[in-house]
Design a protein around this ligand. Structure first.
Ligand code: NDP
Length: 284
């Protein structure tokens, strides 16, 4: 079986266009969504992500501002800036780009962001609400994975879903989101015994490990849907966590890297910012 390719670029572009149209409507009602992005120090990958976020905001009609702080900025200075952004009415989303320099406690910064401006969905209140199924901002990458599955017509009810990776930003939340759609979910990690055997049970296999092509083609069940969250820079360019060519021979559908999950993250961030602006304006 040759897998169909789940085109994240195309799906993300459609979602961003939807956001653009809805933002234009919001503007006619006097509301312009606003996103503040804070970056501390000079991490080249973070700088690329922040530029992409600014560009996406401009295309969606969302006001954005970038705060670039020196690498030696103290935790209290950063907390001061977050406090100012929290207090500004025209800013509906506050995002502090991770990772932060070692001398800053990331948890303290995430917890300082007002939950109702937490468009990254990392605040403990956002996470807690997600766990108990209350409406909240969903973290962008796992939410993007769910949109890819939905747009690909994958019915998760009763299916075996296996998530490889248990990070707070991808593995754990995507597992909860799959559970909320009634999949039977297994979460794997570095101590999992017989990882290939567990993966072979999966009707839906989501991989977020950060190891180039770790999941081999023959770990994929015939007809499974494979979502590869991994982004690994190698001498051969960007590759995912799944051995794509071999997996694509067995899967029914698979995401490519690049062009799969990656573009969805920013699309979902734009959507969260729009929703935050609506909520702040009492329009939802
Ligand atoms: P983390 O490093 O935080 O977590 C990796 C997870 O993989 C851990 O739970 C770890 O297990 C598990 N793991 C590591 N080695 C193995 C192994 N040999 N067998 C089984 N499990 C293993 O990574 P992230 O979740 O932040 O990111 C994962 C990947 O997704 C990365 O490539 C990252 O670049 C990418 N990513 C892409 C995004 C996007 O497309 N927009 C956004 C975020 C991430 P343990 O907990 O036991 O250590």
């Amino acid at each position: 079986m040759a897998a169909s390719i789940i085109d994240g670029k195309e799906i993300a572009a459609r979602r961003r266009e939807q956001v653009r149209v809805r933002v234009a409507e919001l503007k006619t009602r006097g509301v312009t969504p606003g996103l503040a992005v804070v970056i501390v120090g000079e991490d080249p990958a973070s700088e690329v992500y922040v530029r992409m976020k600014e560009k996406a905001c401009a295309e969606a009609g969302i006001y954005s501002e970038k705060h670039v702080l020196a690498a030696d900025t103290s935790q209290s200075e950063l907390l001061g800036l977050v406090g100012q952004l929290n207090a500004r009415d025209e800013i509906h989303g506050v995002l502090v780009q991770l990772p932060l320099p070692d001398h800053i406690d990331e948890d303290a910064i995430i917890e300082a962001i007002l939950p109702d401006k937490d468009v990254d969905g990392f605040h403990p209140i956002s996470v807690g609400k997600m766990v108990i199924g209350q409406e909240t901002f969903l973290p962008c990458t796992p939410h993007g994975v769910m949109v890819l599955l939905e747009e690909s017509g994958v019915d998760l009810k009763g299916k075996e879903a296996v998530v490889v990776g248990r990070s707070n930003i991808v593995g754990k939340p995507v597992a909860l989101m799959l559970l909320s759609k009634h999949a039977t979910v297994t979460i794997c990690h570095s101590r999992t015994e017989d990882l290939p055997g567990v993966c072979r049970r999966a009707d839906v296999l989501v991989v977020a490990v950060g190891r180039p092509e770790m999941v081999k083609g023959d770990w994929v069940k015939e007809g499974a849907v494979v979502i590869d969250v991994g982004v690994n820079r190698t001498d051969d360019g960007l590759v995912g966590d799944v051995e794509f060519d071999a997996a694509a021979k067995r899967a029914s559908a698979i995401t490519p890297v690049p062009g799969g999950v990656g573009p969805m993250t920013i699309a979902m961030l734009m959507e969260n910012t729009r929703v935050s602006a609506m909520r702040h304006a009492g329009l939802e």
